[in-house]
Write a protein that binds this ligand. Structure first.
Ligand code: AMP
Length: 431
């Protein structure tokens, strides 16, 4: 059952842009979302990056704007707004809008913080049909009255879960308060935590629920391997792998903040430049660690699941699960950091006897086994007895003193990405 772009109801101009982009067939999310958005319905979509979701909302959005084009010559008010968590995503969505809208007389702009506001003001003043923005900078513009959202017809919240993870809920609510009540709302999120559900309930009007399978190609594209190893020897093995492989940029996941700190310190002692990033660190410390990681000063970044969610890093050559996540979906999120956009990626997991059940759950989700490779010299003790993994327990070689990370995942413990991931498959169905 293949769908063609020709049957989705898109205009000739959009189809031409699609052909020029080299797409021959809509992705599942596009096949599902495009007709629904064209029909003017609200949408609640469970879709991760890589599924083609951006075109899934951008194409029909552009078409709807064309159907009610702003009068020529009039100062153009913003009619479609896409909110994104990060600048990078805003820029990416902006590029998509430009690409798909290239044969349409619509104007778009991208605004985000950290850059001068004046050029943005000028751009907005010249008239913009589609605005892509991060919440904070949009609020700046609203308070300066440099943007007019009173004529808004379509609102898109892209990667809504990430926006909430990054603490944007109040900003989002402030923006919502400035929008006309009559509008079409599209909410895209990879996961469905309680907070997302609450947001969706207040925002969406009889939404169409759209779900697509997570990009299974992530798991297929990334070379995955499990190194069975004793709990107490994980750090030693990790240091050896990094040094012998001469890895320059490694993202390492731990289950807890405490575990992340501890591991970063131990790696430093092994002579590897490392930094930990998690919810207890100040924004400044996180920014610095990330900048160091991006420019090569920090070789190993140790992160908890939640902290990693807010980071704009992907296409990494190496991702290491120092400890397996409690929730299998988090494994897919983690390894999705590597091997993107066709680049080679490697995800390896150091798995001790405590984690065998977690590994089985992950393999069940992936619907395949991950190859196990014992590193010579690190053969696990066949008589090792599993210890229970408690919430927030650090796992690896520090069975002492781990009161620190009593909640799974570190970062924003209130929602635990774990739960969010676990519930992704069952967003609330509406009539
Ligand atoms: P997204 O999930 O929106 O970030 O899109 C992931 C990637 O898929 C982007 O590089 C798009 O250019 C590409 N893409 C989107 N739709 C299609 C399609 N129908 N066929 C092939 N590639 C696509």
């Amino acid at each position: 059952m293949t769908t063609s772009f020709d049957t989705l109801g898109l205009s000739a101009e959009l189809r031409r842009a699609i052909t020029e982009a080299g797409y021959t067939q809509p992705t599942p999310i596009q096949a599902k979302a495009i007709p629904v958005v064209l029909a003017g319905r609200d949408v609640l979509a469970a879709a991760q990056t890589g599924t083609g979701k951006t075109a899934g909302f951008t194409l029909p959005l552009l078409q709807r704007l064309m159907a009610s084009a702003a009068p020529e010559g009039a100062r153009r008010p913003v009619r479609a707004l896409v909110l994104t968590p990060t600048r990078e995503l805003a820029a990416q969505v902006g590029e998509n809008v430009a690409t798909y809208g290239r044969h349409l007389p619509l104007r778009s702009a991208v605004i985000f913080g950290g850059v001068k506001i004046n050029p943005q003001i000028e751009r907005l003043r010249a008239g913009v049909d589609v605005l892509v923005a991060t919440p904070g900078r949009l609020l700046d513009h609203l308070s300066q009255r440099s943007v007019d959202l009173s004529q808004l017809q379509i609102l898109v919240l892209d990667e809504a879960d990430r926006m909430l993870d990054m603490g944007f809920i109040h900003d989002i609510r402030k923006v919502l308060a400035r929008l006309p009540a009559q509008r079409q709302n599209l909410l895209f999120s990879a996961t469905f935590s309680e907070e997302i559900r609450r947001l969706a309930t207040g925002l969406l009007h009889e939404p169409e629920m759209i779900e697509v399978a997570p990009r299974n190609t992530t798991a297929e594209r990334v070379a995955q391997v499990v190194h069975p190893v004793d709990r107490e020897r994980k750090r030693e093995l990790l240091s050896q792998l990094i040094a012998q492989g001469d890895w320059r940029q490694v993202l390492v996941f731990t289950r807890t903040k405490h575990g992340a700190n501890r591991l970063a310190q131990q790696l430093e002692k092994d002579g590897l430049s490392a930094a930990a990033i998690h919810g207890n660190k100040s924004q400044n410390a996180r920014t610095q660690a990330l900048a160091g990681f991006k420019d090569g000063r920090v070789r190993v970044l140790v992160a908890t699941d939640i902290a990693a969610r807010g980071l704009d890093i992907d296409q990494l050559p190496h991702v290491v699960n120092y400890e397996l996540p409690n929730v299998p979906e988090d494994y897919v999120h983690r390894i999705g950091r590597t091997g993107r956009a066709g680049s080679e990626g490697e995800a390896l997991s150091l798995v001790c006897v405590d984690e065998h059940k977690l590994l089985r759950d992950i393999e069940r989700l992936l619907r395949r086994e991950v190859p196990k490779v014992v590193v010579p010299g690190f053969e696990p003790d066949p008589n090792a007895r599993p210890e229970p993994i408690q919430q927030g327990r650090g796992g690896r070689g520090d069975s002492r003193g781990r009161r620190g990370g009593a909640r799974s995942g570190g970062g924003r413990a209130r929602e635990g990405g774990a739960n969010a991931g676990g519930q992704r498959r069952r967003p609330p169905r509406q009539a």
